[in-house]
Design a protein around this ligand. Structure first.
Ligand SMILES: Cc1ncc(COP(=O)(O)O)c(C=O)c1O
Length: 457
């Protein structure tokens, strides 16, 4: 893959390829074609969303359903579907809140659902995290976290990771390490440094052990801390979106560097929070950050909602407003969030994700023995990635094959997205049962065999 293509497909599959065209020709007819064309006509085009793949009529549980009534197990869900799409208990809670006529809450007032949610998050997030601030979306929440770190430290620089995504607002895109979101926009926020995330399968130095990769990644962070002193924060996802799963030693090392150099540690758990990785929060696999950023599933899969949770000692910016958002204490969003959290807790979905994740990884690793297209399988809980390669020795990314696989699976009822061009990501709703996972893996394996045989869609 040339470098432009790698950057273009860093975040996911794009809509400009011949295979995408073929998918539309084969799958969009009648009403679906009609509404697809209308969407095409009225939305601003962008490579990861418009033109779209298909038009949906419904989303429920682990499924999305198109206008032709075809159902797909959705292993992407944009990360909002932890309790399943349109979870009936979350819907009931939202309806109750609507009936109570306390939905929007004007700024400078508060309401019981918002307070209850903040109290709940203080109770369930790790360590001394106890102070919340909410906003409509994850990108804004990342910016609130960075603004807080700046005000706490009196500094402005940040370190984050290449290939990471933290949102699409200019500030969040500057923190993120994907050229796709910052290219062509001129200078981004000043002082945003990037380093390599510990990727044990694809490290750029040719190291063969985790110890070596961890040591080099930590050395690079310390180098930046020394050469660009006065760092406000280190911002990262505890586990990358791919997912590359670091060791506990790595994040402990990063936290020690933060303490030594006076920077705050910010964890973006917008995807990984709320049970996805087999624990309620991915931080619990590692260390408690100074600021935890939440989003996506926080809105119950129904409404946009995000926020930060931080420590009492950082409750220090009372003369500023870093989260001056219209919906910062929206009661309807808070009711959805509370219902989502209650559902996850009541059904122990995080524990289910841990168990089913282990089972899925075992099956995928067994598949790897039979299929040379699979270079590597990584993940924890129901946050899983399959790195497809043209050749296991060179690890050349199998970008075209990943796209073929995606469309073949889609036609058989399994939806997912790719990342970095060649990595298949599996992030189903946490309510998925083992037999549904088995069906998904059967579709995947059958399609992998077809791609290996024909190399075409
Ligand atoms: C890890 C991560 N951080 C931040 C964001 C941005 O969240 P939002 O789209 O709600 O602004 C996303 C969204 O995909 C994300 O995956």
């Amino acid at each position: 893959m040339d470098s432009d293509e790698r950057f273009e497909r860093q975040q996911g599959d794009v809509n400009t390829t011949p295979n995408r065209q073929k998918y539309w020709e084969r799958n969009l007819a009648g009403q679906a074609r009609h509404w697809f064309e209308k969407d095409n006509q009225y939305f601003l085009h962008q490579s990861l969303s418009t033109p779209v793949i298909n038009v949906l009529a419904k989303a429920h549980g682990i499924y999305i359903e198109d206008l032709n009534g075809r159902k797909y197990i959705d292993m992407h869900g944009n990360g909002i579907h932890n309790a399943g799409f349109n979870n009936p208990e979350v819907i009931q809670a939202v309806k109750r809140q609507l009936d109570e006529e306390m939905t929007f809450c004007p700024r400078r007032y508060t309401n019981i659902p918002a307070i209850t949610l903040a109290q709940k998050l203080a109770a369930i997030t790790p360590g001394e995290l106890c102070r919340c601030l909410f906003c409509p979306g994850g990108s804004e929440a990342i910016e609130m976290a960075v603004a807080l770190a700046k005000l706490v430290t009196g500094r402005f620089k940040t370190i984050s990771f290449w290939d990471s995504y933290h949102g699409t607002t200019l500030g969040a895109a500057g923190i993120g390490g994907e050229e796709h979101f910052s290219g062509g926009l001129g200078p981004m926020i000043p002082g945003a440094f990037h380093v390599e995330f510990p990727n044990y399968y694809r490290n750029p130095w040719g190291f063969t052990t985790r110890d070596e990769v961890d040591a080099e990644c930590l050395r690079q962070i310390e180098l930046v801390l020394q050469r660009a002193p006065e760092m406000a924060a280190i911002v990262g996802e505890p586990i990358s979106a791919k997912p590359a799963v670091p060791t506990r030693r790595y994040w402990t090392g990063v936290q020690q560097l933060c303490e030594r150099y006076g920077a705050l540690l910010v964890f973006d758990e917008i995807i990984e929070g709320f049970g996805r990785t087999g624990k309620m929060f991915a931080s619990e696999h590692y260390v408690t950050p100074d600021v935890l950023v939440l989003g996506k599933a926080l809105g119950g899969g129904l409404v946009p909602f995000a926020g930060i949770v931080t420590k009492e000692k950082y409750n220090v910016c009372r003369h500023r407003s870093i989260g001056h958002y219209t919906h910062e204490k929206n009661a309807l969003c808070a009711a959805a969030a509370l219902a989502e959290i209650e559902y996850i807790e009541k059904n122990r979905l995080h524990e289910h994700a841990a168990r089913l994740g282990e089972y899925t990884l075992r099956r995928l690793n067994a598949m790897k023995d039979d299929h040379p297209l699979i270079g590597d399988v990584t993940g924890v809980g129901l946050h899983i990635g399959i790195d497809l390669v043209k050749d296991r020795q060179t690890k050349q990314r199998a970008v075209d094959e990943a796209e073929m696989l995606m469309f073949k699976c889609l036609e058989k009822g399994l939806a997912f997205k790719t990342i970095e061009g060649n990595v298949i990501t599996l992030r189903p709703a946490l309510v998925i049962e083992q037999q549904e996972m088995d069906r998904s893996l059967d579709i995947l394996e059958e399609s992998i065999a077809e791609v290996e045989r024909d190399r075409r869609y």
